[in-house]
Design a protein around this ligand. Structure first.
Ligand code: AMP
Length: 535
């Protein structure tokens, strides 16, 4: 199955561009209708209006065109967060160039793979990486390498300054054309490039505007990275679709967020942002009084975090669920109960179902987990497929065209969805299915436990041994034997971890996701004859 097409049409009318799910059209409309409205502010007092966004992004597009970039060409970007990086993204959207964001944490070796795989016309990288990445780019046949620093300087900016944007010498970008290739975080196996179409980005932002009641009066405090769908699409596209404003911080730090919060009406973060904000005594009702919505996603938000944030600020964090391949799928309601621990219901236009199969039914345990299954999604948000990998694309879709998320979930009687874990993280011990989330919830409920992660590693007797790492609360005294005996009182025997290791911190990626692959690798030999722990 190849579901990836490229197409750009010339001579579109402005009316076409104004369609409500056309990202490039939003910018044109906002700039025409409210040219002076601010689009982006930085803490150092810089402000860019929608008219300036139109003008600057046209010049960035002209700069890209001067390097031979045309509609459908990939533009690989590994740069620090800046207003200029946002302009580069917007220029690609308008030009129909395919934006390929690369995590700034990726090593030159990984970037080498992304360049060979996506074969971009141009790569924009940090100035300090030029010497090391230029040979990779040359080997991958990348025509041009330009630089962009966090201070907004670099060879790309020199090129932009020299480029004149004579109107918009490009045409209307077809909704079915690719807008971005985003490499998955690769917590299981090698990263794959998910091809997202303009229609995916446009429809998802329109759904979020509707679901979260965005208007042009909103100001979003933006602290997320620009290489992931959360910060790039859920945040920036929703702001563009509403003609709203961004306050762009280079990264998350609790002190800067608390300083800027009074300017904002919306905050989008990952769970770690909220736990860090809660550690600050300055988080209170006054500082958050002007905010109408706090959103969390990309990783599970603990119910305790939800309750504690509500107690301190009076705000019920709205949790939503998404992934690279589908953008945002579900959200707790804006009006109505936001249930802690749940990711809410499908967004407008999106459908979700549970697929039950042998790997999600808890056979033999005396209790069938009928309500659990792998979540499958269909809707205008679902990506076109994996870049140049039709076999993988076919494997990840059902025969009737639904995308298999790989997340195990359940749905309560009110229609709220709960993520129970990744199908690939399911532990099968002695033939019994163990859902890590269930064991983690019991561990987290123990006094003195800050957080935990449960995973399976090879076991000579059980196939996989249920294994846990536990982070104690500061000053708590915990022992492996005590925790195991508490678990024996709470859980069926086959679910009780065979070993519990006390550690200082869970390994997380930049989006706050616990890296179970890292844990599985670190403890792979735990149940070997010698029990040697490979670090
Ligand atoms: P990524 O493609 O890097 O955005 O990762 C997507 C994965 O993050 C999903 O498949 C889920 O496993 C997880 N995820 C995203 N949002 C949530 C959430 N609110 N609760 C639990 N897991 C989440």
């Amino acid at each position: 199955m190849t579901r990836v097409e490229t197409s750009c049409e010339l001579d579109a009318t402005l009316a076409d561009m104004k369609s409500s799910t056309d990202p490039a059209g939003w910018i044109e409309s906002a700039a025409l209708e409210q040219p002076k409205r601010p689009f982006l502010r930085t803490p150092d007092g810089r402000e860019l209006s929608y008219a300036a966004l139109l003008e600057h992004s046209s010049r960035y597009a002209a700069a890209l065109m001067s390097r031979g970039v045309v509609c459908g060409d990939r533009v690989a970007v590994q740069v620090d967060k800046s207003a200029e990086a946002v302009l580069l993204y917007v220029a690609c959207l308008r030009l129909g160039a395919v934006f390929v964001p690369i995590n700034v944490a990726n090593t030159p070796n990984e970037v080498d793979f992304f360049l060979r795989d996506s074969r971009p016309r141009i790569a924009v990288i940090r100035p300090a990486d030029r010497a090391i990445l230029e040979p990779s780019a040359a080997r991958a046949g990348v025509g041009h390498v330009e630089t962009l620093g966090e201070d907004g300087a670099g060879s790309l900016i020199d090129l932009v300054r020299r480029s004149q944007a004579a109107g918009t010498p490009w045409g209307h970008v077809d909704a079915k054309a690719p807008a971005a290739i985003v490499y998955t975080s690769g917590t299981t196996g090698r990263s794959k490039g998910a091809v997202l179409l303009h229609a995916n980005l446009g429809s998802n932002a329109a759904a979020l505007v509707e679901a979260w009641h965005f208007t042009s009066d909103d100001v979003l405090l933006h602290t997320l990275p620009l290489f992931h769908i959360h910060g790039l699409f859920a945040a920036i596209n929703t702001v563009l679709a509403a003609g709203a404003c961004l306050v762009l911080l280079p990264k998350f730090d609790a002190a800067s967020v608390l300083k800027c919060l009074p300017q904002a009406t919306v905050y989008m973060g990952v769970p770690t942002h909220y736990t860090r904000l809660l550690r600050s005594p300055e988080l209170n009702r006054e500082v958050s009084a002007g905010v109408r919505l706090f959103v969390s996603g990309s990783a599970p938000l603990l119910s305790e975090t939800h309750h504690e944030f509500l107690r301190r600020t009076g705000h019920a964090i709205l949790e939503r669920y998404g992934m690279t391949e589908t953008l945002i799928n579900t959200s707790n309601p804006y009006d109505g109960a936001r249930k802690p621990g749940s990711v809410g219901m499908p967004l407008p236009g999106i459908r979700i179902r549970l697929a039950h199969d042998a790997s999600t039914a808890d056979a033999g345990a005396g209790r069938r987990e009928d309500a659990m299954g792998v979540l499958e999604v269909t809707g205008p948000n679902v990506f076109a497929g994996y870049w140049q990998d039709p076999e993988k694309t076919q494997r990840e879709f059902t025969a009737d065209g639904w995308f298999k998320t790989g997340d195990i979930g359940r749905i309560d009687d009110d229609g709220y969805i709960y993520i129970v874990g990744r199908a690939k993280d399911l532990v099968i011990s002695g033939g019994f299915n163990v859902y890590p989330k269930e064991v983690e919830s019991e561990l987290d409920a123990l006094s003195g436990v800050l957080e935990s992660a449960v995973f399976g590693v090879p076991h000579p007797d059980f196939g996989e041994g249920v294994t846990a790492v536990v982070v104690p609360e500061p000053a708590a005294v915990l022992s492996e034997a005590d925790i195991i005996s508490s678990m024996q009182e709470r859980l069926a025997r086959y679910k009780v971890p065979k070993r519990i290791l006390l550690i200082d911190e869970l390994p997380r990626n930049t989006m706050g996701k616990v890296q179970k692959n890292v844990l599985r690798a670190a403890y792979a030999s735990l149940y070997d004859a010698k029990g040697v722990i490979r670090q």
